[in-house]
Design a protein around this ligand. Structure first.
Ligand SMILES: [Zn+2]
Ligand SMILES: [Zn+2]
Length: 222
């Protein structure tokens, strides 16, 4: 119910009053104009309300998309979680704090492809990241092919670049530059399958890393 404000003395009367309780002025007309002012006022809040509803719908859709990525794939096992944890520990111990942080705090690790991966296919044989949903799928090759946790750390470091929003070039470039610091050295790992694999892909995605030396064909990071 809307109260009636007196047009002459400004006293707020009850909505049922026809004349002002203080000065006796007629209230009908003033009551109407008072309501008109009221109905005009909420205009701005309506725009805000609409923006909030839009924001809410977007958030809901994003959450639904995220949930669907999880429900269309299966989680990694407890043993696999331990393996992932050891690899992240190496990344952290070698000083890549930011990368270790996102890998540990923001990621849902999955063992099988979700609908997104099945739809677009995946470039990497070991793992795939769905940015910005921070869902990382770890394929059997991630657990089986690396010779040790350091090689798995190299693979996860690659994924951490995707988690931070970077593309393949930056991911391959970043890992190749970081490999020595990570302990993934040419001397020890050169002959492994993961090394040869990553080396080849890095030459494809970040060719400028291999244009050093007198001939212009040497690895710039060695
Ligand atoms: Zn009055
Ligand atoms: Zn990648």
């Amino acid at each position: 119910m809307t109260n009636k404000k007196c047009p002459r003395c400004r006293l707020v009367n009850f909505a049922t009053d026809d004349v002002c309780r203080r000065c006796g002025s007629l209230l009908e007309n003033s009551a109407r104009s008072f309501r008109e002012v009221e109905s005009a006022a909420p205009r701005k809040p309506t725009v805000l309300k609409r923006a909030l509803i839009t924001l809410g719908v977007v958030a809901l859709l994003l959450f639904a998309a995220y949930a669907s990525l999880l429900t269309s794939s299966s989680p990694i096992s407890y043993e696999q979680q331990q393996i992932v944890e050891r690899a992240i520990n190496i990344i952290e111990a070698k000083g890549f704090d930011r990368n270790a942080f996102v890998l540990r705090r923001f990621v849902s690790y999955r063992a099988t492809d979700n609908w997104w991966n099945r739809w677009v296919g995946h470039a990497d044989a070991y793992a795939a990241t769905n940015f910005p949903f921070q869902v990382v799928t770890l394929y059997p090759d991630f657990f089986n092919l690396p010779v040790d946790d350091t090689e798995r750390a190299a693979v996860l470091l690659h994924e951490s670049f995707h988690l931070l929003g970077h593309g393949e070039e930056k991911a391959f470039d970043g890992v190749w530059r970081a490999k020595r610091e990570l302990g993934w050295t040419k001397e020890r790992y050169e002959a492994t399958r993961v090394w040869r694999n990553v080396h080849e892909l890095t030459m494809d995605y970040a060719p400028s890393l291999f244009q050093c030396g007198a001939e212009g064909h040497s690895d710039c990071t060695e």
